[in-house]
Design a protein around this ligand. Structure first.
Ligand code: F0G
Length: 479
């Protein structure tokens, strides 16, 4: 199998061969972002016209690609299943196991892999019950090798970087992309440079990029400032850009859609909910579902909804204030530092996914994020703050009737709980919110937080003291 793809501008539809992309991955004609396009891809018009939940039209080829030979869905399902018992690294990867639908490498056996993907779909029975839903699952992308969903995209784009002979790779990051890039670069023997906003990323993530040997540069700016510096740098220096404007990242990040469909026996959920930061993930999952639908692997496309933090809500504002026509950038501020992004690069791609799948965009407050995170933790799963916006947003979608009780919902949890343990500890010690934020809570909300908080108890090592304390605790909190 060899690479057979083009890059297609998602704005002006210009097509170019992969290696001819500019170093900043912007279209030379219109400045738009590219997506990877295969001979069997759904045509652009096909995607734009797709109505949510339209019936499948498998193997019709679409108007722009008449006669393109499409992969056979039954054969693909069989092959992917068979690879699960293989001892080969590329088969054990939850990304490259699906390599037939991401033929971006000349030799996929050379992929740089840490056996990413293969993440669990967990049930969330208590949260489902509280929301009156029958079916609520969490696709936990935090269970990837470096603890976030970024690994699925990084294995793809970094493998391309190595195949094309780059020695240096770089990204601007709120912490997870940099952790993933540093790890995969180290595996591949490439040098990596990370640009992060100083003092604005979680320690766990910062420690990872150092541990994996990246050159870590903390810029005295925010994420959006880091992106601007790097965009300038890649034009002057032979470094390969691994931010999500790189369309190969999205090829890896679409594979959790395949995995999810397979895990659900090819009966896709009604609704997928993702956090929104730089907005590539919603676009990637949407691409994955659209491709599966086009090939006849699934019979319909789920709605994909995006949730942002109130203080970092450019997509929310853009959709509500001008229907998605023009980005309204914001100065971003939220404790969910992974999604503290004011000018998301992939906003147009995300708008198209919202519109073509019938999804919604919601914003949630800092207190709602913290509560949802504690509720996910209390199910024995846990996630980082940015991931918890999904549950907080789902509550709003249910309240507004945009998610019905009988619908099947999957939350995409993007990062592991250990990524930002400071946040968790501050929450449980009741040190997370300012007094003004505390005062704004209703008594019912304050009681919900109080019931979930589990601050550590410090005691002298005396058996009687320990026993008395436990008895008092059990009286207060009967099983
Ligand atoms: N959740 C987590 C844990 C993230 O790290 C990110 C993005 C997102 C959600 C948002 O995904 O950008 O595709 O909309 N983190 C990037 C980073 C920006 O640098 O690690 P998105």
């Amino acid at each position: 199998m060899s690479s057979a793809h083009q890059l297609r501008c998602t704005d002006c539809l210009e097509e170019i061969p992969g290696p001819q992309a500019a170093s900043d991955f912007r279209c030379r004609r219109c400045g738009g972002l590219f997506e990877v396009f295969y001979p069997w891809s759904p045509a652009a018009n096909d995607l734009a016209d797709r109505k949510p939940h339209s019936p499948a039209t498998p193997n019709t080829g679409g108007p722009v690609n008449p006669g393109a030979r499409l992969p056979n869905p039954s054969a693909l399902r069989f092959l992917w299943e068979e690879r699960r018992t293989s001892t080969m690294a590329v088969d054990q990867s939850g990304v490259w196991r699906f390599r037939d639908l991401l033929p971006i490498l000349d030799d996929p056996n050379q992929a740089v892999t840490l056996r990413e993907g293969n993440t669990p779909l967990y049930e969330l029975p208590r949260n489902a019950r509280a929301l009156g839903l029958d079916f609520l699952l969490a696709k936990h992308q935090g269970m990837n090798p470096t603890g976030s969903f970024k690994d699925t995209g990084m294995t793809a784009a970094l493998s391309v970087a190595r195949e094309r002979g780059f020695e240096w790779v770089a990204c601007a990051s709120t912490g997870n992309t940099s952790a993933a890039m540093a790890a995969y670069a180290a595996r591949a023997g490439l040098q990596s440079i990370v640009f992060i906003p100083e003092g604005k990323i979680a320690w766990g993530k910062l420690s990872q990029s150092m541990d994996y040997g990246a050159l870590t540069v903390q810029l005295r700016t925010d994420f959006d400032g880091c992106v601007r510096i790097l965009a300038d740098l890649v034009k002057r220096f032979p470094i390969y850009l691994l931010n999500s404007v790189n369309p190969y990242r999205l090829e890896g990040q679409k594979t959790p859609a395949f995995e999810m469909a397979e895990q659900l026996d090819w009966r896709v959920p009604d609704h997928i909910i993702v956090p929104g930061g730089n907005l590539a993930n919603s676009a990637a999952l949407g691409k994955g579902f659209a491709e599966m639908h086009h090939l006849g692997l699934i019979s319909r496309i789920p709605s994909i909804s995006v949730i942002q933090a109130e203080g970092a809500n450019p997509l929310y504002r853009t959709m509500h204030e001008n229907g998605g026509r023009e980005l309204i950038p914001v100065v971003a501020e939220t404790r969910a530092s992974a999604i503290r992004i004011g000018a998301p690069a992939s906003w147009k791609k995300s708008v198209r996914i919202l519109q073509s799948t019938g999804g919604s965009v919601e914003q949630v407050s800092e207190q709602e994020i913290a509560l949802a995170k504690a509720q996910i933790g209390a199910e024995g799963i846990g996630c980082e703050p940015a991931s918890a916006v999904t549950l907080a947003g789902l509550k709003k979608l249910v309240a507004k009737g945009k998610v019905q009780p009988e619908q099947r919902v999957v939350l995409v949890l993007t990062g592991h709980t250990l990524k930002d343990s400071d946040y968790t500890i501050h929450y449980h010690r009741n040190e997370l919110f300012t007094s003004a934020e505390q005062a704004a809570l209703t008594p019912a909300e304050a009681a919900e937080h109080a019931a979930l908080r589990k601050p550590p108890i410090v005691l002298d090592p005396d058996p009687d003291t320990v026993l008395r304390t436990l008895e008092a605790h059990m009286e207060l909190h009967p099983a």
